[in-house]
Design a protein around this ligand. Sequence first.
Ligand SMILES: [Zn+2]
Length: 296
Amino acid sequence: MKNIIFLMFVLAPFMLPGQVRVIATIPDYAALAKEIGGSRVNAESLIRGTQDPHYADALPSHIMRLNRADLLISTGLGLESGWLPALLNNARNRKIMPGSPGYMEAAHFVELKDVPQKIDRSMGDVHPGGNPHFYTSPPELFKIAGEIKNRLIQIDPEGRDHYEKRWKEFSAKFNSKMDEWQKKIEPFKGTKVVVYHESWVYLLDWLGFEKVAALEPKPGIPPSAGHVAGVLKEIENQNVKFLLQEIYHPTSLSRRFAKKAGVKLVVLPSMTGAEKNTDSVFDKFETIINKLTKGE
Ligand SMILES: [Zn+2]
């Protein structure tokens, strides 16, 4: 209890009275809520862009944040199923329970990929219902932004004009950036890559890149020596250019693999804040496009 009182004291000064309190699981949704909500919204994420969202810790401070939230934005599709349900139960906040306007699962608003014919959690596959990493793709993130705008209007109808105006500005800027990024990537279409974890399928499809193999034998299963040897053999003479991975996966094996395979290891920011200067969704995608076009 002492901890909770302490947290209320610590968190309270950051909120202005009357603001819509948005809690996002991953930082991208909080970044979008800030873009669209401006001064009417206080948005935070439960995890940082440097953390693996599949395996985040459930912290007491998360419960307090959820208890005070007006809108919870999660990914769904099992990405946060290891840690979010217990937090939600403990937060005792009807406004953000499933079925309320304050509960938003982004997976319901995008076009899902890697959806299996039948759900199979055998061998610890952490993507049993489809791939939850759609936030790596600009057009999918744009759809999520549109639904965040709808939810903010539903929860705070007095702010409708404010949200509509900011949405118009955001969508114009985002659409023109998407055109710009597509133009930059155009000469690189068809680039073949290997991925560490299956985080990139949405992004790669949008870029026109081709995924040849993954180092994890199944999503969430660490690469084994046998599997990696198989991938090395499989990609021989295929002119694969990159090995893509996230900051929270170990790089020792990736470096060895990249050297043996003659490919370049590129650590991309899958979420905002994963590295320096990626706090906005614009900067995140700018960084991704720069790294892939310059091969840095
Ligand atoms: Zn995953």
